[in-house]
Design a protein around this ligand. Structure first.
Ligand code: NAP
Length: 365
């Protein structure tokens, strides 16, 4: 009789332990759901929620069979540990662990990282790159900005802080420190042709261009971009935004003969490489860039250079910069490649809803 009662009691304890375990799992699932919801709310509304930049279930182990097992009460101890970790993820982190000594060991750590997203812009000394860098710095509640420039002079030009790295994209090792630990990469590097001396606009005609040794599009727009994509992939970067150029569908486009560089061909090759990399990407093929104020025009997205055949085929660098950053906020921008231009100022309605803009894009390449 006494033995039967003891066995029943042991079973009840086992059942209670199982219930506790289920409760723990439910709590973790709720944590997961809330984190995912916060992230979703942020990315869909963009109304200033703290950004959930990453979510991890870092550990979920069951080392023993988790449900009842005949065993004595004496050897069975349960402990539930709930702690808020401040070391790695200050805003939101829950660690749950249930241990049943000699019976089972179940532990789950769920962490929703509400900290800022670390974003590197390369070509940060360039005309569009420096606008991106500045905008990221201005949104320091959302982003930890990093820049990559080629020279110390470029760094000084943009008043770069310690978060501006100096490196040459043609060499993977030289960009590794800048890429390590980032969440997203915005590529704004490009080969830059130089004008041959002696051109006199007063005499008419067209200027001639050339590329200096080592700075040809093959080296910068292909090898350099490829190095960035490979390094980002190795570092676990979650999204890459690459700015390219319209005109790439036409191998005979005049830009290709500039300095015999085939610049659009090499840019396109890098775009293809990115699209096949497996990393979530956004490829922005900009129209003619203008140094004008941003946020004033209706932006237009297109595909296959169709916009080039229209009157609306230019865009302000500041608008391109904004689209680069907005692409980080919306799932609708991922795995997309598109042409980008704008209506002239004063016609149409200035674009504010970037989710709607990205939703129009149907092309993956
Ligand atoms: N110009 C247009 O009308 C037009 C039209 C459509 C698309 N786009 C494309 O839009 C993008 C942005 O254009 P943008 O005019 O703003 O750019 P940009 O001013 O020409 O800047 C290019 C940047 O790339 C950097 N760079 C070049 N080689 C490098 C290397 N080996 N290592 C590290 N950095 C290197 C340069 O660094 P330094 O500052 O040290 O030189 C420069 O900051 C480019 O991809 C461009 O091709 C341009």
């Amino acid at each position: 009789m006494a033995t039967e009662q003891a066995a029943t009691a042991a079973e009840e304890v086992e059942a209670a332990a199982a219930v506790v375990e289920v409760v723990v799992v439910v709590v973790v699932v709720v944590v997961v759901a809330v984190a995912a919801m916060l992230r979703e709310i942020h990315s869909s509304s963009n109304t200033g929620w703290t950004k959930v930049t990453s979510f991890h279930i870092t550990m979920a182990t069951v080392t023993r069979v988790p449900f009842p097992n005949p065993i004595s009460i004496a050897t069975h101890k349960c402990s539930l540990v709930h702690s808020i970790s401040r070391s790695r993820v200050p805003e939101f982190s829950v660690i749950l662990s249930l241990k049943a000594k000699n019976l089972r060991r179940f532990s789950v750590v769920a962490m929703a990282d509400l900290s800022k997203s670390t974003v590197l812009v390369t070509g940060a000394g360039g005309r569009t790159g420096q606008i991106v860098y500045k905008k990221l710095k201005e949104r320091s509640d959302q982003y930890a900005a990093r820049g990559l420039v080629r020279t110390q002079e470029s760094k000084e030009k943009i008043n770069g802080a310690d978060d501006v790295y100096i490196g040459d994209i043609r060499t993977a090792e030289s960009i590794a420190p800048a890429i390590q630990g980032i969440d997203a990469l915005i590529i704004l590097t490009s080969a830059v042709p130089k004008m041959k001396p002696g051109f006199d606009p007063a005499k008419g005609g067209r200027p001639e261009f050339y590329f200096e040794d080592g700075t040809y599009p093959e080296q910068v727009d292909w090898i350099g971009q490829k190095n960035q994509i490979d390094s980002a992939k190795a570092a676990g970067v979650k999204q890459i935004v690459l700015v390219g150029s319209m005109g790439g569908t036409d191998p005979n486009h005049p830009l290709n003969s500039l300095g015999n560089g085939n610049i659009l061909v090499w840019k396109r090759k890098a775009e293809q490489y990115l699209a096949e990399s497996g990393i979530p990407y956004t490829i922005i093929r900009a129209g003619g860039l203008q140094d004008k104020e941003g946020g004033l025009r209706e932006l237009l997205v297109g595909k296959d250079d169709e916009l080039l055949k229209t009157e609306t085929r230019t865009i302000a660098r500041a608008d391109v910069a904004e689209v680069c950053i907005q692409a980080l906020n919306f799932e609708e921008a991922k795995f997309k490649a598109f042409d980008l231009a704008s209506k002239p100022e004063g016609t149409g309605t200035a674009t504010k809803d970037f989710k709607a803009l990205f939703s129009q894009i149907t092309t993956r390449f």
